[in-house]
Design a protein around this ligand. Structure first.
Ligand SMILES: Cc1cc2nc3c(=O)[nH]c(=O)nc-3n(C[C@H](O)[C@H](O)[C@H](O)COP(=O)(O)O)c2cc1C
Length: 155
């Protein structure tokens, strides 16, 4: 079984709803190919874990690479594994950033029990990797979208 993790940069500001919709669509396509994994978004960048049959994962990756919603895709881990780390997730989205006290612990605990500790650390540090100012910016933008002050994604 092939398991890979990449990071990429969002091409434009995306709202929580847009990322969730993207992951929902991805989950449907992945379920048909028995690909599983998770997608974290920290308001600027993505980190995604994909796992499954080698051809299925590489085929999925080719389509992801061609998606204009992100760029600068960088592979950070690729390995053959016996077992899946996210066996129950066709594609779970995790929207962060984490800034509040204790939020990293809550995030880590929400990851699958099958996930290796090093993978949990990778995702948790990615999810926490925003300055407080950037996180506040993001929260303000989400609030505006919720209150209808701005159209989703129109930033
Ligand atoms: C960050 C990111 C992650 C994605 N993850 C997946 C994925 O796990 N599986 C998938 O099929 N598509 C994924 N996509 C979407 C594909 O890039 C592409 O939009 C989709 O496969 C096209 O489907 P369509 O040809 O049916 O429109 C992702 C896109 C982005 C930007």
């Amino acid at each position: 079984m092939l398991s890979l993790i990449y990071v990429s940069v969002a091409s434009q500001a995306l709202t929580t709803a847009e990322v969730e919709a993207l992951a929902e669509r991805a989950a449907k396509a992945n379920a048909a190919r028995e690909v599983t994994g998770m997608l974290a978004f920290n308001s600027r960048s993505f980190m995604q874990l994909l796992e499954g049959d080698g051809d299925a994962v590489l085929d999925t990756m080719r389509r992801i690479e061609a998606d204009p919603r992100h760029h600068s895709i960088t592979y950070i881990r690729q390995q053959q594994r016996e077992a899946r780390e996210c066996p129950d997730w066709s594609m779970r989205s995790m929207i962060t950033p984490l800034t509040g006290a204790g939020s990293a612990t809550v995030f880590t605990k929400s990851l699958p029990s099958q996930m290796e500790l090093d993978t949990k650390i990778l995702f948790t540090s990615f999810a926490s990797s925003l300055t407080v100012e950037q996180a506040a910016d993001y929260a303000a933008r989400e609030q505006d979208v919720m209150h209808g002050k701005r159209e989703a994604g129109n930033d």
